[in-house]
Design a protein around this ligand. Sequence first.
Ligand code: GLA
Length: 386
Amino acid sequence: MSPPADVEAAARAAEAFTARFGAAPEGVWAAPGRVNVIGEHTDYNGGHVLPVALPHTVRAAAARRDDGRLVLTSAQHPGADADVALTDLVPGTPGGWAGYPAGVVDQVRAQVPGGLGLLVDGDVPAGSGLSSSAALECAVALAVRDLLGLDWGPDDLVDVARRAENDFVGAPTGILDQSASVLCTAGHALHLDTRDRTWEQVPLDLEGAGLALLVVDSGTTHDHAESGYGERRRQCEEAARRLGVGLLCDVPDAAGLAALDDGTDEGAVLLRRARHVVTEDARVAEVVALLRAGTDPRAIGPVLTAGHASLRDDFEVSVPELDAVVEVALAAGAHGARMVGGGFGGSAVALVDADAVDRVTAAVAERAGAPRSHVVVPSAGARRLS
Ligand code: GLA
């Protein structure tokens, strides 16, 4: 049986769809945002990631049409509907929020020539580095799969969602966000090997250990987030090329990176970028080993904090606002803290004792200017609601 929150969210989306389109939807689907416990910027380097799904989701209510149009409406973007002939879909058009669902539908337009009406509603904070765009893509991919009776497994859903983002919207991301949204399960972190796409669910009962995962929104998004991400990808590719490996995570440890240091400034930068990736991949293994060993999960705290230092100093994708959140959270008693996602703004995550949540929340609000924090419980992946 669906949890009450799902039932309520489905009813709300169905009602809004009916009000907008004059007929009930054929179904409602949901997909969550994510927060990555550890494993940042490893997903396009053949490394590992360890995300959990948020309880926050994007919902898509959908029904087929017969006029050949894609009509998109969002509760979060009133007045910014898109109404476009399927034959007019091209990468970049429609743009804005509508580009993500359009990028999914574009891939199946031969199978749904009559078109589609979609209403989107959600509570994944946008612009906070919590993958609201992946949640949107995945909810729509699931809707399309079910409505058209397509034979898509989880990897197909991830690929369709990711192609929407890479090829239609034009953001060169890896597969972390979409994989988390599709594959995560409640009470677990997803340990995914992005090279061969194998994964395992790692039990993560923080509550049982008297702990909480606190997500803190730094409230900042920097303009150069997209260009900075693309530049980091190119630097990783260049470092791999110079080392003669296909992907950076082919290098077993940081000692194997010495050849990058050729005495030039560029060589020094590439060494730092590569060192982040290789040590971060090792940190994922370390965290998984600690969690699997059944040790007190507080032990993963210092590994998370080391991950932040590496993103700040070697990969250089943190910003002062995120550094402040991490420092203040640690000073207020967090066992570990780090920025999450691509960087250049967005959110940080802190591992805190359950009875210290209020104290850490107040500290980051007052001393780091980050008033929006919430405890996240590892939640379910994409699913049909009704
Ligand atoms: C963004 C991208 C992901 C991943 C992270 C960094 O969230 O969408 O693919 O690269 O940054 O780990």
